[in-house]
Design a protein around this ligand. Sequence first.
Ligand SMILES: *[C@@H]1O[C@H](CO)[C@@H](O)[C@H](O)[C@H]1NC(C)=O
Length: 169
Amino acid sequence: MHSAWSRVNAVLTFFGSALAVLCVLTTLTDMLHAPDPSVNLRLTEVKRLAPWRNRYDQAVLSVGLEADLRSCFSWNTKQLFVFVQAEYATEKHGVNQVVIWDRIIRTPEEAVISIPALKQKYALLDRATRLRGREVNLSLAWSSMPKVGALSLDKRSFPVGKLPEEYVY
Ligand SMILES: *[C@@H]1O[C@H](CO)[C@@H](O)[C@H](O)[C@H]1NC(C)=O
């Protein structure tokens, strides 16, 4: 019994499967794309390292950033969410990661970044102990949002040495 409904159903099922196959192919071809980004991050100055509300250490860093993430764009890339984070380890909490800057990049042209003195958007505060004398890494991380498929995250880390042992005002 071939009613109109079962035909419609068959057609819809066919398109559903075709779409699924297309999504898988898209993801596979995207996996073959090998990005080769270049990143350089450096700590140019510790502008301020001071107590905040008498409890926390707050740091204001001057960071230089050069990056070329054009190769992270494939035809399946919608946008990149790029962020700079400071990373340091404490006895109590293991590795802490604090985002200090971010930007959304929508085109390969915008993926060439050169900022000699990046303006910190978010505070670097340590809630638990202290930042003085901490060994710090600066990282540039980017989350790639595809048109089809799953998010992916990549990052480059740069050990920048210790923050000063004494407060800097
Ligand atoms: C800092 O970077 C080094 C080298 O990439 C790594 O071994 C270390 O675990 C990092 N430290 C933190 C706190 O992320």
